[in-house]
Design a protein around this ligand. Structure first.
Ligand code: HEM
Length: 233
């Protein structure tokens, strides 16, 4: 039976849309990836890291090393996670997908742990509210990475996919955080936001950069599961 033009268009979209969206996402994170990697390397090698960024302390050797490694690992993770999820990589190069999956796991744990240790040693600029939500974010990242690898090893591909989606959302959430700020400052000049990160916008941001995106991903996955034909028992 010949397919109509509309049906062919729909099949084409279904097949290539995820690849297109994930590629565009990875490319758009480029500026933040470079910024984060560069800051991490400079913080690590500089004799006076306090001058590189306010995040680094004058005399905080451990906290500085931990947050510098966090930035470097986080940079590779932000760019690598969407690429790892590309359907073509999963289908054509399963060996590469598997090996890079373990690399991403290490990067996610390093990024999350680095952030958590830094919060424990130093707190965050925005005080307890920001520290709390960043700690939740870091814990969620580690938990998600563990589950993604666990279900891959258990060959439970449905759960592996669901955890991988959550991990990709969390991996790009730090970039989303900066994008929210860029858009907000361009639109309002920085209304309800300040240098201490204690304005109303800043306080909403520490939740809004990852929680709503995780919820949207959950709803999308449920919707997809409900439309899937039941498998034979
Ligand atoms: C996903 C990839 C991530 C990247 C690329 C990344 C990158 C960065 C960068 C570049 C900074 C320096 C601040 C700036 O100049 O903007 C930073 C700070 C920080 N990050 Fe991350 N990060 C990531 C994930 C996380 C996670 C999962 C946590 C949670 C534990 C976290 C916690 C922190 C904390 C607590 C700071 C210091 C905040 C402050 O007091 O200003 N980050 N990160």
């Amino acid at each position: 039976m010949a397919l109509t033009q509309d049906a062919r268009y729909l099949i084409c979209m279904q097949r290539y849309l995820p690849t297109l969206l994930l590629s565009v996402l990875a490319l758009n994170t480029g500026w933040f990836v470079v910024y984060s990697g560069d800051l991490g390397v400079r913080g690590l090698v500089s004799q006076s890291p306090g001058e590189v960024s306010r995040v680094f302390q004058k005399d905080g050797t451990l906290a500085n090393a931990v947050i510098a490694l966090h930035m470097i690992a986080g940079a590779v993770l932000t760019f690598g996670a969407p690429l790892q999820a590309l359907p073509i990589v999963r289908r054509r190069w399963p060996g590469l997908h598997r090996r890079f999956g373990y690399v991403l796991f290490v990067l996610a744990v390093t990024t999350g742990l680095g952030g958590l240790v830094y919060i424990t040693l130093n707190g965050t600029i925005g005080g307890w509210w920001m520290s709390l939500w960043f700690a939740i974010y870091g814990t969620a990242m580690i938990w998600t990475a563990v589950n993604t690898v666990y279900y891959a090893m258990a060959k439970d591909l449905r759960r592996h996919f669901a955890w991988a989606v959550r991990l990709v959302v969390l991996a790009v959430a730090s970039w989303i955080y900066r994008m929210h700020y860029a858009i907000w400052y361009a639109a309002t000049g920085g209304l309800a936001s300040n240098k201490e990160f204690t304005g109303l916008f800043d306080q909403i941001q520490v939740v809004a950069f990852f929680v709503p995106y995780l919820l949207v991903a959950e709803i999308a996955m449920r919707w997809r599961d409900e439309r899937r034909p039941p498998t034979a028992a």
